[in-house]
Each structure stands twice: as C-alpha cells, then as structure tokens.
Write a new protein. Sequence first.
Length: 249
Amino acid sequence: MHAPASQQPVALVTGAAKRVGAVIARTLHAAGYDLVLHCRHSTAEADALAAELCAHRANSALALQADLADLPALPKLIETALSHYGRLDALINNASAFYPTPLETATPAQWNELFASNAQAPFFLAQAALPALRAARGAIVNLVDIYAERALAQHPIYVMAKAALGAMTRCLALDLGPEVRVNGVAPGAVMWPSDGKPYADQAAMLARTPLKRAGSPEDVASTVLWLLRDAPFVTGQIIRVDGGRSVTI
C-alpha cells in the first residue's frame, strides 16, 4: 500500500549522508524535491540531514539505511520510498566505494565491494524503480567518474566498475526512453578522498587543469539538478564536471 502521492517530486539519493551526496540532497531539496536519503554506515549523519531538511519543510526527507551489496535490500529501498511518498521521480546513484586495488594484491572481496556500489546496485535499483519512474516520466542520474574513460594508476577495479556504470547509463537511456531519461555526471577533483588521496601532488594535478582549481560539490549537485529539471531533451549523456581536466589526461 503506497501513501497518497506527494505534491513534490521525490528523489532517492544513495550515499546521501555526507560529502557530495549530502550536497546533492540539499540542492534538490532547495529546488522543491522531497528526498529519500540512503546511507550504509552513516546513520547518524543521515538522520541529522533528514531532520535538517524536515525543519525547512515538513515530511520532506526520509533517511533509510541499507548495504547496497545486499541485493534483496534494493527493491525494499524503492518500496519503502514509495510507501512513504507515493511516487518516485528521480534516482541518483551517488554511493561509491573507492580505494586502490593493485593487481598484485587485489582480492575477490575488493572486486565484489567496488562493483556492488559502483555498478551492480545502480542497475538493480533502476530495475526496482522503473515502474515508478515510468509513471512519473522521471530520470536517473549516475555519478560516474572522468576515469571511467581513462586509466587511474593502481585503481583498476574501481575504474572498471565506473566504466560499467557509464555503459549502463548509455544502455538504459536507449532502453528506457521515451518515458525515463538516464544520464551521468563525471566529476573531476571536487572533493579529495577522506581516507587518503590517489595523488601525491594535488597542486601539480590542478596546475594541469584548464581552470587551474578544484571544483566543489555544489558544481556536481547543480549539474545533477540541471539534468533532472532543466534538460528534458538530454539522455544518454555523461557530463564531465572537471574544470576541463579530462582534456589533459
């Protein structure tokens, strides 16, 4: 049994508790979306963000915890969102595991974790959400990476998983049109990893970027909002939000 449909469009954001995901959530909320905020471990942060958003607009955010590697949990996420809000207009696949996996030491467990969050979960969440997204003539936005089309040293499994997500973006755009649009956003340097960085010299990396600076999570979030709200004739595209860095690597 679904709730009466919300008067606002509803977006599910995975990995929404912190960092870029939280900025995407705040940006969409400010634009009038009701939010389903997924988290894996950061339940306190997700609950706090939901409370913050609901203080601005009552019943406008719902925090849900799930391990995206747990396949049976994925349709349950969608069903809970629909039970609460009665509709789903957008799926933003933002959650992502990221760490180095040199070939010499890479493990099947690392493969499974990196593919689970970066490729498998986005696909099966899209599958579960499809009836609702079709009914809403909604959209999917996948957070890809400029390295989905490039090599990043010592990160082969992550790059492969993001490449799979890019391929999924194009395939689903073809298969789900005209009712559902599917696009991606490929950030460059917008927020350094919190658990160590892949670059020994960030300043040198930015010096090679045409805009000569890092971006911000807001740059990514505004692009997600544009794809959802302001780009009705755009599908199957992966928008690079990287200060031009992808033209130099």
